[in-house]
Write a protein that binds this ligand. Structure first.
Ligand code: ATP
Ligand code: MG
Length: 225
């Protein structure tokens, strides 16, 4: 038994929903099972079949914060969330592996019939509502388009329909939600998948325990690429 396993178990921060679900096969590849389901359990700290690993369940956008401060040794977060987090809180996170899970695209979308091409000439001004203000700012700056960014926390699809914004920057997978709201994706901002993130101090002090898990995740996710 390693000395650390007498101590605190390693803590992996996950959000429930698709990241939790798509992480289970990666844990299984490392020989670890999780019997408790965060959708039905109210527990925020979930044990695993390994005495040396526990999960904590947090909001997707809070995962980098828990890992950066060392409250979790490692975590899994979408590149969308990571990009916003790192822009505001640089340093402190290793991002060793793209896990190729929770894949989708960050897109610009507008109301069907809105002439986007005509609206985004160089020097134009556009009102953009999004949860992803950093990514949106960089995307439009690169095009030479001025944007008034309106920060939202959810239901971005509503904004162009009620005149809050001309466009949104949001995650798209099937496009079903856009279609249901009479919106169309007009531009891709980034391809999104989730990355493993590791606290820098943990990587140094607990690498003997972490590295086999990082390797197993990395190996299992390579088959998803
Ligand atoms: P919250 O529900 O806490 O406000 P959220 O809506 O961002 O946060 P999820 O919907 O679980 O949480 O998304 C978590 C991550 O999964 C996102 O950061 C993104 O990387 C990825 N994701 C989001 N939507 C999709 C999708 N439709 N298909 C695939 N991956 C997605
Ligand atoms: Mg969501």
């Amino acid at each position: 038994m390693s000395p650390a396993s007498l101590d605190k178990p390693l803590t992996l921060a996950l959000s429930k929903g698709r990241i939790f679900d798509e992480t289970m096969p990666l844990l299984a590849a490392a020989g670890i099972q999780v019997t408790e389901n965060p959708e039905t359990s109210r527990k925020l700290i979930i044990p695993t079949s390994s005495d040396n690993l526990q999960l904590i369940i947090v909001r997707a956008s809070d995962v980098p914060t828990y890992v950066q401060y060392g409250a979790a040794d490692f975590g899994i977060a979408g590149k969308d969330v990571l990009h916003e987090h790192v822009a505001e809180h640089p340093g402190g996170l290793y991002q060793p592996v793209d896990l190729n899970i929770a894949r989708c695209r960050l897109c610009v979308a507008v109301r069907r019939g809105f002439d986007y091409e005509a609206a985004v000439y160089k020097g134009a001004r556009l009102r953009v509502a999004t949860k992803y203000v950093q990514a949106a700012r960089e995307h439009f700056a690169a095009k030479g388009v001025y944007v008034d960014l309106i920060k939202l926390y959810g239901s971005m699809e509503l904004a162009p329909l009620v005149g809050l914004a001309d466009a949104i920057v949001d995650l798209v997978s099937t496009g079903g939600t856009l279609k249901a709201n009479n919106l169309v994706a007009v531009e891709e901002v980034a391809q999104i998948s989730s990355r493993l993130i590791v606290n820098q101090a943990s990587l140094k002090t607990r690498s003997a325990e972490l590295q086999p898990l990082i390797d197993a995740f990395s190996h299992a996710s390579a088959s998803l690429a």
